[in-house]
Ligand binder design. Structure first.
Ligand SMILES: [Zn+2]
Length: 406
């Protein structure tokens, strides 16, 4: 089957995940796509297993005695809740550089003015929505490319080692790696096929921590407040104002880390603030945590006489780490993908992820797992699109990765 046709079928399954739900999968509707993927892998002759949580695992035996690594390919079934997931009315357009009207009624247009990255798709075919839902190329493009690559690999008869495939639920709510059976999967390394524009290879993500500051104040009539009032909301503002002004998400990109104030509320008696702290570099990540601690300590010191104790209590916990360190002696995994891309006429681009991935977590659990492009863009948005030619190219790249390399 052509990847475009399969992709269009997969996006017909609404699979939005739900952070508020405790079950896995978090939404019943993800089961429909899980069953479909199970059937599609079975039809290709793979050994397939679906666990009680909707993880679908497939296994294809090696067809050669030539020693070859057991390689895994992984994609997620769910879609983001940032945008409606149904009804998805996908359609194909030949992009010629003019504005793509997604929805005439709402005046929703996909334009190079808003999305300069579109320019590189002139002359190519894009799958877009009607401007009222996301498309779901994140990550059904990855699902479709993996299934098509297996089909093409089997049909080609080319020598390959054992291949493992997994489709996971609930990636968008950060739980895709939670119940992943790394040992049962049995791959030496794997690739998540969950990136953006063609050619991207990601194996560096943020180091991440969450911080919470709980501030206790003491209220008193402002007329009698001298040397007695401790205004918790004021202390909260004071802490934030002392953090480095340029190190916030709105002023950073590439490898620059940040402090992000995600939430705060406060009054005189009580205030709370929450931050996320991010940096690719482990030393700078530790430094940021130190800066926050010292800032809180300094504010505590200035108010201790009045309050009689530390008014601000900081707690910091690490969320995840940069998988780059896992690849320091395993760059052959990244290079294998790069060679496959070059063999397919694609110039690979190594890019830092300004976030985390399930692959990062799996990497720390013993399954090194860089992330590869899918050929889609504008994820989590009504303006999401997938390029047909680039999805086809990714199928070729995946086949190439799996084949025994001379
Ligand atoms: Zn994704």
């Amino acid at each position: 089957m052509q990847v475009k046709e399969l992709f269009l079928e997969y996006v017909g399954y609404p699979t939005m995940s739900d952070e508020a739900a405790e079950a896995c999968p978090s939404t019943e509707k993800q089961w429909e796509l899980a069953k479909r993927l199970y059937r599609d892998l079975r039809a290709l002759g793979l050994e397939v297993y679906c666990d009680a949580h909707g993880y679908v695992y497939g296994s294809l035996a090696a067809n050669t005695a030539i020693p070859a690594p057991t390689i895994g390919l992984i994609a997620h079934m769910d879609t983001s809740d940032a945008c409606a997931d149904a009804p998805i009315r996908a359609r194909e357009v030949l992009y010629d550089g003019t504005d793509v009207v997604l929805c005439e009624e709402d005046g929703t247009c996909l334009t190079e003015r808003a999305y300069p990255g579109l320019a590189k798709y002139r002359g190519k075919h894009l799958i877009v929505t009607d401007g009222r839902t996301l498309l779901g190329a994140d990550d059904k493009a990855g699902c479709a490319e993996i299934v098509c690559a297996l089909e093409a690999l089997i049909a080609s008869g080319a020598p390959h080692g054992a291949v493992k495939v997994a489709f996971t639920p609930d990636e968008e709510i950060g739980r895709g790696a939670d119940l992943f059976d790394v040992a049962g999967f049995g791959a030496e390394f794997a690739y998540t096929v969950d990136g953006g524009a063609l050619g991207g290879i990601e194996y560096e993500n943020f180091n991440a921590a969450g911080a919470e500051i709980v501030i206790s104040g003491r209220s008193i009539h402002p007329g009698d407040a001298k040397d007695r009032m401790v205004n918790a909301a004021y202390l909260a503002c004071e802490i934030n104002a002392r953090l480095p002004r340029e190190q916030i998400p709105a002023r950073t990109s590439g490898y620059e880390g940040f402090f992000h104030l995600t939430d705060m509320n406060g009054a005189c008696e009580h205030a709370e603030m929450r931050y996320i702290i991010r940096d690719h570099d482990r030393a700078r990540f530790e430094e940021k945590k130190r800066v926050l601690r010292e800032t809180v300590d300094a504010v505590n010191a200035e108010w201790r006489d009045v309050y009689g104790a530390d008014a601000c209590v900081l707690s910091v916990s690490d969320s995840y780490y940069n998988m780059k360190e896992i690849f320091e002696d395993k760059m052959y995994i990244v290079e294998r993908a790069e060679q496959a891309m070059r063999a397919c006429g694609i110039e690979p681009r190594r890019m830092p992820i300004r976030g985390g991935t399930d692959g990062a977590r799996l990497s720390f659990e013993g399954l090194p797992c860089p992330n590869l492009s899918t050929g889609g863009e504008n994820y989590h948005s009504r303006f999401e699109y997938a390029c047909v030619e680039d999805m086809e190219a990714m199928v070729d790249v995946l086949v190439r990765i799996l084949c025994v390399q001379e």
